[in-house]
Design a protein around this ligand. Structure first.
Ligand code: IMP
Ligand code: MG
Length: 180
């Protein structure tokens, strides 16, 4: 994309209200459980940090980093884990924290991978979901908002590593330059 524009999608207030709702639901459902959040780096770091401050139950957290081959706005579907969980998750209630679901391949890979360690349960919490783009069957147990098939940036989510710091969420559109 040579020329592009960032269009506002969710304000700070809208994000805060979405995250608060998720935190309340998770606090309720995981009361008296042994909850370990597994945050997918880098995109979900900001979502995780707000979400955990809204939880009212004991929680542990860990981080994984996944590499998906391909660049720009499209991934290839070949996924590798480059930083694994460090906490023991056997017998624990694991909740994966993801920024945005597209094909679903990242989450399918990670859910299968974490299940090998025999956790008590593995569920998924995602801030955003582009349901229309799903290529594999994967269920998001806690979803913030469904979004259209647009390219998203901000609130941890990047475009070639830029814009992660923005406190709001935007969608990117190309600017068609006139010739001559
Ligand atoms: P999936 O494996 O195809 O579901 O892709 C999920 C991953 O692709 C997410 O963890 C994001 O890192 C990235 N991704 C998907 N959609 C977007 C987007 O609109 N903007 C930025 N990154 C995205
Ligand atoms: Mg990601």
């Amino acid at each position: 994309m040579e020329g592009y524009r960032l269009n506002p999608l969710f304000s700070r207030e809208q994000i805060a209200s979405i995250v608060k709702g998720l935190a309340e639901q998770i606090s309720e459902d995981y009361r008296d459980r042994d909850l370990v959040l597994v945050c997918i780096l880098k995109g979900a770091f900001m979502f995780l940090s707000d979400l955990v401050r809204g939880l009212r139950i004991p929680v542990k957290m860990d981080f994984v980093r996944l590499a998906s081959y391909g660049s720009g706005t499209k991934s290839s579907g070949i996924i590798e884990i480059t930083k694994d969980v460090e906490l023991p998750i056997e017998g624990k209630d694991v909740l994966i924290i993801e920024d945005i679901v597209d094909s679903g391949r990242t989450l399918q890979f990670l859910k299968d991978r974490l299940s090998l360690a025999n956790p008590h349960s593995v569920k998924i919490c995602a801030l955003l979901d582009k349901k229309a783009r799903r290529e594999v069957e994967i269920e998001v147990d806690y979803l913030g908002k469904e979004v259209d098939d647009v390219f998203i940036v901000g609130y941890g989510i990047d475009f070639d590593e830029a814009y992660r710091n923005l406190p709001e969420i935007y969608y990117v559109t190309p600017i068609h330059q006139q010739k001559g």
